[in-house]
Design a protein around this ligand. Structure first.
Ligand SMILES: [Zn+2]
Ligand SMILES: [Zn+2]
Length: 149
């Protein structure tokens, strides 16, 4: 599959595209994501960085080093927190789902860091729920990557 998927920040200064297939799509409930994004949880789409490219506004993307291993990229004009990269997941860029073309029928297949979820939202689905003590979670290797586009 070589269909090109598009995305953009809120102010549309930063635009990007990537080729399918994606690596994964998960809801992340970790404390870092919650505070960085200002939401109960964040739905991330994992993409092979070699298949990702900026179309416009790459120079507007500021990377905040959120941990020793990881950084979060946001649009310095509108503040959209679009990207995550980590040495724990080399060769991958994680894109927050809301910034990807909404017509893409991406189906999240897991909740990750679920033990850190907030108690002010109710989750009622049948997706697998992975907790922080899962030793493979930091590399995302535990998430099944098959049958996702
Ligand atoms: Zn922007
Ligand atoms: Zn997270």
């Amino acid at each position: 599959m070589n269909k090109s998927i598009k995305g953009k920040c809120f102010c549309e200064s930063v635009t990007f595209s990537f080729a399918l297939p994606i690596l994964f799509c998960v809801h992340c409930h970790c404390n870092y994501c919650r505070h960085a994004q200002g939401s109960a949880f964040v739905t991330w789409v994992g993409v092979d960085e070699a298949k990702f490219s900026y179309k416009t506004g790459e120079n507007l993307v500021t990377w905040y080093k959120s941990t020793e291993e990881s950084g979060r990229g946001f649009c310095s004009r509108c503040g959209s927190t679009m990207f995550y990269k980590s040495s724990l997941a080399p060769g991958e860029i994680h894109i927050a789902r809301p910034y990807i073309d909404s017509s893409l029928e991406l189906k999240p297949n897991a909740h990750v860091f679920y033990d850190q979820h907030v108690n002010w939202i109710a989750i009622h689905d049948d997706l697998q729920k992975l907790d922080s003590d899962n030793k493979d979670l930091s590399t995302y290797s535990v998430i099944p990557k098959k049958n996702l586009f």
